[in-house]
Ligand binder design. Structure first.
Ligand code: HAM
Length: 424
């Protein structure tokens, strides 16, 4: 039987992993520049953690979690990173060690959604969370960091959407206003939306069902019911984004799919590349109530996560990667013995070296060297050994010369530029 990967869970093969590594490195660099430190939390958490933080009546918790019971423990493959990171902060009482904690993370997340372009069941997020800073300047800096990061990566046609979900008082008032509007129109809503009407009417605003979208188009705006404090926060966010020169659009219906948001919520989208309808690259917001909800002290918090698969879809195809390193092609027993040592010396000098000791004709060895992506092929046969040299071929410039064996490492390092690379 031939096995296949689970639907919606992709292999990332070596021909793609270079792009992933560059994306991850750029994310880490920007996160570091903003003072974030990496946190690594488990992929598996107690199911209740996600139910409590994300909310019982949400798509993620109702339909999309990979949950199972193992030896009486209800466990779930993490559908997102925020809950686990906040749990770690509380569990290790790290809120007590510094007034502000800035953490970033990278890794796979799991949601049993219907797979399509840009929507997977195992996907990867890079995210940042800030604990302890209540101010809107912090929200604006985070948003503009994502814009800078995506721009640096080469993602074009970015759009920032922001909204405020206010504090608990505003939320309760808005719930009433929304119910007042939606209840008389219940018959026009989708079945899922109708079922959520009482329990969580806010979730109806982010339904993609055409009937719900139509009904919600004229729904009351949460921005009309913000209290003075919420309004001041939102105005502060807008002023800080203006000060940073980060353009944005206010979207009063942007509530996002998770229940934990308070005050600021935002999404960053792109019209570029092959994204289609899954064009939200990053989303986030404030969640000032979560740390207390998980058993810690009241701690303001804000964060975002971006979907790495989607970002790669938004980026133009990269130029083919340049040739790198050396391919050693010994012919015969004695040459292989010498090449083993040579390969080791090359690596010690910081030169990538691949040894192919399978033998064969010079032609087939050169074909393999070419296919390996190496910059330099070092051919070593009995004739070369007898003369104390190796044939060094530059596979990019199609030049070749005989180089005395003691000089091969320095020569190859110069051709591949690896010595400089290793030293830098
Ligand atoms: P989210 O909006 O659910 O937020 O996900 C963030 C990003 O992850 C999305 O904008 C998208 O790029 C990517 N994403 C989500 N689901 C999928 C999927 N099935 N396939 C591919 N990519 C996907 C959160 O997860 C929050 N934890 C963000 C946050 C952090 N809020 C505060 N802190």
């Amino acid at each position: 039987m031939a096995f296949r990967a689970v639907k919606g869970m992709n292999d990332i093969l070596p021909n793609a992993s270079g792009r992933w590594q560059r994306l991850e490195a750029t994310f880490r660099r920007h996160a570091d520049l903003h003072g974030f430190e990496e946190v690594r939390v488990p992929i598996l958490e107690h199911t209740e953690l996600f139910v409590r933080s994300i909310g019982e009546v949400t798509d993620i918790v109702e339909k999309e979690m990979y949950s199972f019971v193992h030896r009486d423990e209800a466990l779930t493959l993490r559908p997102e990173g925020t809950a686990g990171v906040a749990r770690a902060l509380v569990e290790h009482k790290l809120y007590a060690t510094a007034p502000v904690t800035r953490w970033y993370y990278l890794g796979p997340m799991f949601r049993a959604e219907r797979p399509q372009r840009g929507r997977l069941r195992q996907f990867h997020q890079a995210g940042c969370e800030i604990f302890g800073d209540p101010g809107p300047a912090c929200d604006a800096e985070l948003i503009s960091m994502i814009v800078d990061l995506l721009t640096d990566l080469g993602v074009a046609e970015l759009e920032v959407a922001i909204n405020s979900l206010g504090g608990p008082g505003t939320r309760a008032r808005y719930r009433q206003a929304l119910l007042g509007y939606l209840a008389p129109r219940a018959g026009e809503l989708s079945d899922t939306a109708r079922a959520r009407l009482e329990a969580n009417p806010l979730r109806i605003l982010d339904s993609k069902h055409p009937r719900d979208v139509e009904v919600c188009a004229a729904a009351p705006s949460i921005l009309d019911v913000l209290d003075a404090e919420d309004r001041a926060h939102f105005d502060g966010l807008r002023a800080a984004l203006d000060a940073l020169g980060t353009p944005y659009a206010v979207e009063p219906r942007l509530v996002r799919g998770l229940d934990y948001y308070t005050h600021t919520s935002f999404e960053i989208r792109s019209r570029a590349g092959e994204l289609g309808s899954q064009n939200t690259l990053a989303g986030g917001g404030r969640y000032d109530a979560m740390v207390a909800e998980l058993g810690g002290p009241g701690t303001p918090a804000i964060g975002f996560a971006m979907g790495l698969e989607r970002i790669l879809l938004a980026l133009p195809e990269p130029a083919p990667s340049p040739r790198r390193g050396c391919f050693l092609a010994p012919m015969g027993q004695a040459a292989t013995s010498r090449a083993l040592g040579l390969a080791r010396e090359l690596r010690a000098a910081g030169v990538r070296a691949e040894l192919d000791a399978r033998g064969g004709s010079l032609r087939s060895l050169l074909r393999r060297a070419d296919g390996s992506g190496a910059r330099v092929c070092i051919v070593l046969g009995d004739a070369e050994l007898g003369r104390g040299v190796a044939q060094v071929k530059d596979l990019e410039l199609h030049a070749q010369e005989d180089v005395p064996l003691p000089e091969v490492v320095a020569h190859a390092a110069a051709l591949t530029g690896s010595a400089a690379e290793a030293a830098s």
